[in-house]
Design a protein around this ligand. Structure first.
Ligand code: MG
Length: 292
């Protein structure tokens, strides 16, 4: 074996020591480093940011103004497809989604993130029964304001019948407006045609009430055309242009929803890496800086 000159040997050993010193903390760091998770920033924003709270308060403040306008104009309905026949003299109602419109479910998303789990109906039901959601800022006051104006507040949620009792208990404790002698909590599958697409429940409400406003965090809280491609969803949004900010009030939710599944066509069985690739492919990007 050829020996290196003494000076080179010294340099090589110093280099080896320097490398080892650099690698040990890196190794220790790698062991302690949390696994990357695509939902981290969204859940962090949703649960901890004052910017999120400010946006929620603003959305419900706008909803209150729009509610007064809609009350004063009996020719208006927020559900033109479902509100057929004469509705001017019907009593007024608002239709609100629950999850991440009125209740902040970020503790479930945070659990999933920390435990490296994805959504499942079983864990979700257990979560609902734990009753740990908080009220979205502005939401309780909005429902109370609507009720004080004689507006019936309907909760149209895809929580199931089994999840209804703990949800109603929690929402009552948080101060959301109740329905009096009317069942205003319409959960999924409560009737055979009450699927996760919500228009059948809006039809049901519209038979007896003039719907003044829809509030939700998902396109599906406003229209059944929410499951398509990004282009189809854009068309559904554009078609409803007169409603947004008027009688359709959207609550920001970056943590989950049909926006997230659209790029991979709602194929939840695809490996996470493939879903991620399709989401990245859906993004328009700048071409980057020009070469120096
Ligand atoms: Mg929701």
């Amino acid at each position: 074996m050829t020996r290196l000159p003494r000076s080179l040997e010294l340099r090589a050993s110093r280099l080896a020591i320097a490398l080892l010193t650099a690698l040990v903390p890196m190794g220790a760091l790698a062991q302690d480093a949390p696994a990357p998770n695509d939902n981290l920033n969204a859940v962090l924003w949703d649960q901890t940011s004052v910017e999120a709270q400010a946006g929620f308060v603003g959305a419900f403040a706008l909803a209150r103004i729009r509610l007064d306008e809609a009350l004063a104009d009996t020719a208006r309905t927020a559900a033109p497809k479902e509100q057929t026949g004469d509705f001017e003299d019907l009593p007024p109602a608002v239709v609100l989604d629950v999850d991440d419109t009125l209740l902040n479910t970020s503790r479930y998303q945070a659990w999933a993130l920390k435990a490296d789990k994805s959504f499942s109906a079983e864990t979700w039901t257990q979560y609902v029964k734990a009753k740990v959601d908080t009220a979205i800022p502005g939401a309780v006051d909005f429902t109370q304001y609507a009720a004080s104006k004689g507006v019936k507040v309907f909760y149209v949620t895809n929580r199931t019948k089994e999840e209804e009792a703990p949800t109603v208990e929690l929402m009552t404790a948080l101060g959301f407006a109740g329905g009096g002698n009317v069942d205003t909590f319409l959960s999924a599958k409560e009737q055979p045609d009450w699927t996760s697409a919500k228009s059948t429940r809006r039809f049901f409400i519209a038979k007896d009430y003039r719907i003044l406003m829809l509030v939700g965090d998902n396109l599906g809280d406003f229209t059944d055309s929410y499951k398509g491609t990004l282009t189809e969803r854009q068309a559904a949004f554009d078609e409803a242009a007169p409603h947004w900010g008027r009688d359709w009030i959207a609550i920001a939710n970056p943590t989950y929803g049909s926006f997230e599944s659209s790029p991979y066509k709602g194929d939840y069985k695809l490996p996470a890496a493939e879903q991620r690739r399709m989401k990245i492919d859906a993004l328009e990007a700048w071409s980057g800086p020009s070469a120096p």
